[in-house]
Design a protein around this ligand. Structure first.
Ligand code: NAG
Length: 306
């Protein structure tokens, strides 16, 4: 049931064509072993550029199924951008067979539940302290299973992140396992057969960190119209989830940009104000794009304000 074998070559190709050459890069991807509590056995890798900014921002970049920290380091634009801008990149690596992320068990779907999300949160806390990083500029992004985890991190640890970008995922809580299984596939969600209200999704998110009433990350959703792995209905459910959390009407974006950021893409924006010139939620639907939407480093930098 896993789709990893389709996805992996696409990402390998992306890495090859997008100029993420490791040649000439002074710093290296490094494993960190003692970052804190880690009952799920998730591995932490970090990229600290040679020219580190003072009080540096952090991006957590989460790989797809069949991927690894090393593969996402090579196939995504973030390390190269870190060399230019001085931020730190954390690349978590999944401990599960097939290397999807656990977005199905209560361990991972709860704040401090002891699952993968807890481990990734501990990586952030460790990095903030060790590098005197900026707690107001911590961001999370990922592709496919990593995008599912981006949704889950934003719901379980809203206090840690200023903004998130999910490339072709599903809403937090959509992959929940009825039997509580760790790292379970959920065909109902993947096939686009979950159709819930914004109120439902809002309560799902709020129940992942009960009692929390502080700020939540601005959330950006990319999805392709011909995604057959995680059907495009997951775009609509994700939009309902995050607009619902912020109290916007999913059906009434504040503005719509056609053919942005690429030809055939439509960007819907909710919640623009003086503090959030790009809005609090963006839904970017890509016509004729399958699984997964390619990462867009320049747009990610804009969304993160880096
Ligand atoms: C799949 O997820 C839905 C919620 O999105 C849930 O209702 C259903 O029980 C899950 N399926 C399994 C087999 O766990």
């Amino acid at each position: 049931m896993h789709f990893t074998y389709i996805v992996a070559p696409i990402f390998a190709l992306l890495g090859a064509v997008s100029g993420n050459s490791l040649a000439g890069r002074a710093a290296q991807l490094t494993q960190v072993s003692n970052f804190g509590d880690n009952p799920s056995g998730t591995a932490m890798y970090i990229y600290v550029p040679t020219k580190l900014a003072a009080n540096p921002p952090i991006i957590v970049a989460i790989h797809y199924c069949s991927g690894t920290a090393q593969a996402y380091y090579q196939g995504s634009p973030y390390a190269k951008l870190a060399d230019q801008k001085g931020f730190i990149v954390i690349y978590p690596s999944s401990p599960h067979s097939g290397t999807c992320w656990d977005v199905s068990s209560q361990k991972s779907l709860k704040h401090n539940g002891g699952g993968d999300s807890n481990a990734i949160a501990n990586m952030v806390t460790y990095t903030l302290k060790k590098y005197n990083a900026d707690p107001k500029r911590v961001f999370v992004t990922g592709s496919s299973s990593g995008a599912m985890m981006t949704n889950v991190m934003s719901a379980t640890y809203p206090e840690l992140f200023a903004a998130a970008t999910a490339y072709s995922g599903v809403p937090a809580g959509c992959f929940v396992s009825s039997s509580g299984a760790v790292d379970a596939w959920n065909s109902t969600c993947a096939q686009g057969n979950v159709d819930q209200s914004a109120a439902y999704w809002t309560s799902v998110v709020k129940n992942m960190h009960p009692g929390y009433s502080g700020a939540r990350p601005r959330f950006q959703i990319y999805h392709g119209s011909v995604d057959t792995t995680l059907r495009p209905n997951n775009y609509r459910e994700s939009v309902k989830e995050w607009t619902g959390v912020f109290g916007f009407d999913a059906n009434k974006p504040q503005s719509v940009k056609n053919n942005f950021p690429s030809n055939g893409y439509t960007t819907n924006i909710w919640g623009v104000d003086s503090a959030n010139p790009l809005g609090k939620v963006q839904g970017i639907f890509a016509q004729n794009v399958g699984h997964s939407v390619p990462m867009n480093g320049a747009q990610d930098m804009a969304w993160f304000g880096l």
